[in-house]
Design a protein around this ligand. Sequence first.
Ligand code: GRF
Length: 196
Amino acid sequence: MAKRKLGILISGRGSNMASLVEASRTNDSPYEVVLVASDKPDAAGLEWAAERGIPIFAQSPKGMPKAEYEAAIDSALRKAGVEAIALAGYMRLLSDAFVGRWQGRIVNIHPSLLPKYKGLDTHSRALEAGDTVAGCSVHIVTEELDAGELLGQAEVPVLPGDTPHSLAVRVLEQEHLLYPRVVAEWLNRWDCSRLP
Ligand code: GRF
């Protein structure tokens, strides 16, 4: 079966994007990465992707109405033939209109065990709460922040003496395993009748 065409949105180092790309380069991967786009033209992940021959798109939203900016991203994704979008450290909220146009076709990875700690500073908040287990979640993106259907989670024990940084490092290792596995499972479940 033809591979699904995945677009990835990043804002920074792009380590989750890299794990998705690396996993896609196996014969049994149900997807290929056809575009990496960033709202930060100097995002380190863009260079990593370009060096590996993946088409990139960089557009800063500065000085542009949000709708115009998102229309530019939408157009780049559609030109690349993207069927599904993975957010990988994309630090900008997508508008309801954008999410609506890609309904059910956008996933995100979040560094907490949702529904706990939506939004930012997840590791500090887990430590302050005295949690003994932290982790990461992959979910469908809906209009509400970090609230769509959960597709998979990985737990990470909190260790004595953990700082937000040390916990983030261990959670990130699990993110790199979880995201490609869950994205592959998700796209394997798609059937052609679900395509618009
Ligand atoms: C990750 O922790 C991810 O869960 C969160 O932002 C971070 C992005 O890191 N959404 P990277 O750019 O993928 O390295």
